[in-house]
Design a protein around this ligand. Structure first.
Ligand SMILES: Nc1ncnc2c1ncn2[C@@H]1O[C@H](COP(=O)(O)OP(=O)(O)OP(=O)(O)O)[C@@H](O)[C@H]1O
Length: 281
């Protein structure tokens, strides 16, 4: 069952076939794709950071992005909700469709996109506010004022981020007083509170100890029941443990994109093999 990216001679990456093959060579229907990236290029000023990226992100699965430092993982992630455009010199070409709608279309509402495609960053970044106010922040911006409704959203989101039991009696304490792992799960709850579809995670466990890392990894497994998750990680064991699909980037190119087991056990490209066996990077 693989969806392997094959590099063509003309230096473009060929998108996987619309149907997938299982291990017996029989075809099965393709997974639904929540995001479709076609021929994406990105420049910071005159420096090109992404080259002809083609990738279909499956719905309600975990997609891991791996690759050496500087290969464009974070840039790619931040392009998916157009956050990268906060850098004024950024230019892009190509297409990204979220639920069949072109997000680069000038008429596409960025606020809507950021609500539907939420993001969790490397370092937990709670606001200097109470746990409750952190989680209620997004809904309040969207005009929800009623306390009973906000109470429900806060509870549901903290439960969704598997931290309600730990924090239900500390909702009005400042989030800065929490451990790093708790702060990160509050940030995940804050992302869930506006009811996203897709959650982008940029190395969400790199600042956490092993126990907090395990909790966030467990949470990612639970979240994929309801959300599509794209996670950048430096940690290949983590990618292998928690993701369904893995994409390997090198120097701004998507080299290989396949089922995680397939990519780690049977990489199709020598560069993927070299990277996952530690020969470079
Ligand atoms: N704001 C920026 N302005 C100019 N160039 C940038 C900017 N952000 C990233 N780049 C460049 O784009 C390329 C890709 O960077 P990016 O941060 O996406 O890589 P990465 O794979 O996420 O790296 P890491 O694993 O170290 O976080 C690098 O050459 C980097 O220097």
């Amino acid at each position: 069952m693989s969806e392997v990216m094959v590099k063509k001679k003309n230096n473009t990456v060929n998108k996987a076939s619309k149907r997938e093959e299982n291990s017996f060579g029989l075809q099965k229907e393709k997974a639904n794709h929540i995001i479709e990236v076609n021929d994406l290029n990105l420049w910071y000023g005159s420096d090109q950071a992404l080259y002809e990226v083609n990738m279909d992100v499956p719905e309600k699965q975990v997609t891991a992005i791996i690759g050496p430092s500087g290969c464009g993982k974070s840039t790619f992630l931040k392009t998916l909700n157009r956050m990268v455009e906060m850098v004024p010199v950024v230019k892009t070409s190509g297409s990204i469709k979220y639920r069949d709608q072109e997000i680069f279309n000038r008429k596409y509402k960025q606020e809507y996109l950021r609500t539907k495609v939420g993001m969790v960053f490397q370092k937990p970044n709670p606001f200097p506010k109470s746990v409750y106010d952190n989680v209620a922040y997004g809904p309040r911006i969207h005009g929800i004022k009623k306390k009973e409704i906000l109470d429900q959203i806060v509870e549901k989101s903290l439960k969704g981020a598997a931290i309600w039991d730990e924090l239900k009696d500390r909702l009005h304490e400042n989030a800065y007083g929490l451990s790093g792992g708790q702060q990160q799960r509050v940030c995940i709850a804050r992302a869930l509170a506006v009811e996203p579809d897709v959650i982008l995670m940029d190395e969400p466990t790199s600042a956490l100890d092993p126990i907090s890392t395990a909790k966030v990894e467990e949470l990612v497994q639970e979240l994929k029941e309801k959300y599509s998750i794209i996670i950048v990680t430096h940690n290949m064991q983590q990618a292998a443990r928690i993701s369904d699909k893995t994409a390997f980037f090198l120097n701004g190119e998507l080299i290989e994109f396949a089922d995680t087991d397939h990519l780690f056990q049977n990489p199709q490209d020598k560069r993927t093999e070299d990277y996952i066996t530690g020969r470079f990077g």
